[in-house]
Ligand binder design. Sequence first.
Ligand code: PLP
Length: 370
Amino acid sequence: MTDKIEFIDLKTQYADLKQAINSRIQRVLDHGQYIMGPEVVELEQRLATHTQAKHCITVASGTEALLISLMALGVKPGDEVITTAFTFVATAEVIALLGAVPVFVDIQPDTCNIDPTLIEAAITPKTKAIIPVSLYGQVADMDEINAIAAKHGNIPVIEDAAQSFGATYKGRKTCNLSTIGCTSFFPSKPLGCYGDGGAIFTNDDSLAKAMREIRVHGQERRYYHTRIGVGGRMDTLQCAVVLGKLDRFDWEIEQRLLAGERYFKLLDSVSAVKQLAVRPDRNCIWGQFTIQIENREAVLEKLKAAGIPTAVHYPVPLHRQPAYQSLCRISGNLVNADAAAARVVSLPMHPYIDAQTQERIVKAVAEATA
Ligand SMILES: *Cc1c(COP(=O)(O)O)cnc(C)c1O
């Protein structure tokens, strides 16, 4: 009972997959093609198959995936990109990096994903893209968002699926639900490498070509640069690590779903906890298992004393961050984002968490919120 509880257990995962991961890494060390080696192509093919998207382009990180996507869409200074203020900073950062304006609309209070009914009011002639985030591993309302984008002259929609890789929506996979899908292989994400990595998905041939060129300094062929690009490749070793984990990924998704169900049942009896709503037409693969409580700071202190690791995703919504306050535009108000930021707490979640550990965590949450 006094075993240390891990927030995300990468050590157990490595112990389990050691042979597959080590032999994948060894193969790269043997062939020595550290940049754009055969594992890069193999991973792109495997991930394209997984999502059923026509193109997969691996990139240096989830942030780079979003940046390259906006660059391929031609987002320029003064343009506007609609997104949510309740996300990891990278979603809005890439918009600002291009000199464009992040336009924030509010979230649904029960899912914490962008509220599609508020998007239309945020659209102006300057709107060049919409970036919904599939937060905590649950896909945003992509059909509704795509319909609004189509109605307003086919505004491109980029799904930020950094936390949802592996999730499904109406039987389809996250990352293949709109113009472009972006994900991250940061170690703690549902599918992680051992450093930085990410991927972009699309069914559009010309966007895929542009994104492949932008990834390598905008070159059409070696040392011939037709556009401005970045140094945005994912290295071969990181692709090898993801390949080493990929055969077990479906099993890991199942374990995440089971662990999520167990938390739901256990937390049902803790009246002080408000749980996330999961829509019946999609799953949530719990990139983070996040609940909402009042008096968060006091509760977090008690959980820490009880040996329960927690995290807050995210304590300050982006419209209140010093770097974004003056350069963003707020559409309507962001009361739900503010409320969520004050109440969210993420509990330990990974494919190897067992029922006993979850019972111990929920008991501590019940005592801390009593
Ligand atoms: C992690 C994350 C990113 C950025 O991914 P990196 O690989 O860390 O650059 C972007 N958006 C969201 C929602 C994320 O959770």
